[in-house]
Design a protein around this ligand. Structure first.
Ligand SMILES: C[C@H](O)[C@@H](O)[C@@H](O)[C@H](O)C(=O)O
Ligand SMILES: [Mg+2]
Length: 451
């Protein structure tokens, strides 16, 4: 550990951890539908950390699709004894060590490690802790990060398993360089915002009319970057992408997302048939665990000018390390709830920088835009120091449930000024959409039964 000023939060302890299972019935209109997740009810396992010695609470969540949220809630409860009673000064002074104590508990880790429902649970708790830290400092999270010393940020990371790709010393070196000119970049961010693309038009369950209608509405608002779902059948993708190009023309940017539908060879052959629509990237062509498969697809599609992107379901920093080492991706899509919160995301953003791969965070869902914006800002302010070839996902749904929803200027995210990680959800939303007893679910509306 470096010789850093002592943090002022000693004596504040975590008194209680409260969980909520909150589910929004988005499957009713097929918002969020894709080739693998045909009827998602955007949901979350929500965590509140109450403190002793401060009036601040930490609020965090992890994103889910409805069924199974209860499993994540139980996993959070299985971890809570590792958090309750802990001293905030101690946690934040060596956050990487705390991350390890949470993710490597000697019995519980057997049902992970650092993957699946258990890791989603860790993310919810850690997201709440980062929210708490930012609130105790009275800063939005992005600003807390911008003000931290490089060594302090490095202390938040568990470098186990990644030192062959990125050492602590290299991370500190990158972050030191990132301090140069940071105030200018903050001013630029506050003036211009951070560039976004929209996924809200092209959900797979939308019919042709709705697809056109949404594209027209977004174009009228000035949007120039769009992502569209693919993967039901080649014929249907051709029909939908024809509509998309008719509406957006050839100047505006198009990305496509298969959500892990295909085998490796199938990915290549399918995308050869869609290549004339000129997508910038194919996202999640195949299993998120198949590092070498992604590398094969990336090599095959390169001559067609199609890049490979993935990350929203990549379990941990080790998978990202391998994707980067194997030249398997051209865009790195970290997810604020899939990875073990910032403690792991910081490591992935720094590794991606070392491998010269742009980070384009996955967002949308419920609360992911609110969370992911801080990550994109961190990359711009302190790591890559550019927005070139980078774009942050935007989805229009469910922002009204948060006290501090994202703010857009045109098609750019504006940095928030309020303290925290900013996924504080309105109590009336938690009550109304609480599962299974909230009025939304109790009154006859049943969760979707799927296909
Ligand atoms: C089920 C979800 O809506 C996904 O389709 C969504 O997160 C998607 O992969 C995305 O990239 O936004
Ligand atoms: Mg996706």
């Amino acid at each position: 550990m470096a010789d850093l000023p002592v943090l002022p939060h000693f004596g504040i302890t975590i008194k209680q951890l409260v969980t909520h299972d909150v589910r929004f019935p988005t499957s009713q209109l097929l918002d969020g539908s894709d080739a693998m997740h045909t009827d998602p009810d955007y949901s979350c396992a929500y965590v509140v950390l109450e403190t002793q010695g401060s009036t601040c609470e930490g609020h965090g969540l992890t994103f889910t699709l409805g069924k199974g949220t209860e499993v994540v809630i139980v996993a959070i409860q299985a971890l809570q004894h590792l958090v309750i009673g802990q001293d905030c000064g101690k946690i934040f002074s060596n956050f990487g060590q705390f991350y390890r104590s949470l993710t490597s508990e000697s019995q519980i880790r057997w049902i992970g490690p650092e993957k699946g429902a258990l890791h989603l649970a860790s993310a919810a708790i850690l997201n709440a802790l980062w929210d708490l830290w930012a609130k105790l400092e009275g800063k939005p999270l992005w600003r807390l990060l911008a003000d931290l010393e490089p060594e302090r940020i490095a202390d938040c990371i568990d470098f186990r398993y990644i030192t062959d790709a990125l050492t602590r010393a290299e991370a500190i070196e990158i972050l030191r360089k990132g301090k140069i000119g940071i105030e200018n970049r903050i001013a630029l961010l506050q003036e211009n915002g951070y560039p976004a693309y929209s996924t809200s038009c092209g959900w797979l369950g939308y019919d042709s009319d709705l697809l056109r209608q949404k594209l027209r509405a977004f174009i009228a608002e000035g949007w120039t970057r769009f992502k569209v779902k693919v993967g039901s059948s080649v014929e249907d993708d051709i029909r939908r992408l024809t509509i998309v190009r008719e509406e957006i023309g050839w100047e505006r940017l198009l990305m496509v997302d298969a959500n892990q539908k295909w085998d490796v060879q199938e990915s290549i052959e399918w995308m050869q048939k869609l290549a004339h629509f000129k997508p910038l990237w194919i996202e999640e062509p195949t299993s998120p665990d198949d590092v070498l498969g992604h590398a094969t697809i990336a090599a095959a599609l390169k001559p067609l000018g199609i890049a490979v992107a993935t990350g929203e379901q990549c379990a941990n920093r080790v998978i990202f390390k391998q994707l980067l080492q194997a030249n398997a991706i051209s865009y790195c899509q970290i997810d604020t709830c899939r990875l073990g919160s910032l403690n792991e995301i910081l490591a992935v953003i720094l590794m991606a920088h070392k491998f010269k791969i742009p980070v384009c965070p996955h967002a949308g869902g419920v609360g992911l835009c609110e969370l992911a914006q801080h990550m994109a800002f961190f990359d711009f302010l302190q790591v890559s120091c550019t927005t070139e070839n980078r774009v942050l996902e935007y989805v229009e749904h469910l922002h009204e449930h948060f006290f501090e929803p994202i703010r857009m200027k045109g098609q750019s995210y504006l940095p928030p000024a309020q303290p925290g990680y900013l996924v504080g959800m309105r109590p009336e939303s938690i009550a109304r959409f609480g599962f299974p007893n909230g009025p939304t679910w109790r009154g006859g509306l049943k969760p979707s039964t799927g296909l």
